[in-house]
Design a protein around this ligand. Structure first.
Ligand SMILES: [Zn+2]
Length: 177
């Protein structure tokens, strides 16, 4: 009788095995789900290290905008967005000549994008407008050439503005940047 009991146990253990496998899979799924939520969002054109401290929703807009430049360019060439200044700590912001204390950069809602030529300046601004960004600062060097375009999505600042700023010079309107 002992033998039959042992065989019975083994049989039931074998029967149970697939069920254990299934329940483990469920456990695994449950375990990974919250982890995935904490993963940084993936962007098509930005590496995580390029956008540290920036608002993910804002970076998604930049991602869409750089893709849009290929549609706007007659040759279909995408303009890569080089972020020369993104998120700034309050301390770092204060050390920059011409920055403002309540800069959108300190909130992770602004970037300065490098501009190589006038056509690129057009493509960057047009593409950013197409994704709903409405605040622009055009930075010019001493020769009057565009070097950077500041853009931000700070809801505390006045929308639909474009201002011009000489590099390293104080802002004419502290409320703008
Ligand atoms: Zn800026």
């Amino acid at each position: 009788m002992k033998l039959w009991a042992d065989l019975g146990d083994a049989f039931f253990a074998w029967l149970k095995f697939p069920k254990i496998g299934v329940s483990l899979r469920f456990q695994w799924t449950g375990f990974t789900a919250p982890k995935e939520k904490n993963m940084p969002p993936e962007y098509r054109y930005f590496k995580p290290e390029e956008v540290v401290g920036l608002d993910p929703e804002y970076v998604s807009k930049l991602d869409m905008a750089t893709a849009k430049t290929a549609e706007l360019d007659p040759n279909g060439k995408r303009t890569p967005f080089f972020i020369t200044s993104g998120f700034r700590s309050i301390d770092k912001n204060e050390s920059i000549i011409g920055s403002v204390p309540n800069s959108a950069h300190t909130k992770g809602l602004a970037t300065d994008l490098r501009v190589e030529n006038d056509h690129e300046a057009y493509l960057i601004i047009a593409s950013l407008i197409s994704v709903g960004i409405t605040r622009f600062g055009i930075y010019i060097n001493s020769a009057g050439a565009i070097t950077h375009i500041h853009n931000d999505v700070d809801p505390d600042k006045v929308p639909e503005v474009i201002w011009i700023k000489g590099e390293g010079k104080p802002n004419s309107d502290p409320a703008t940047v």
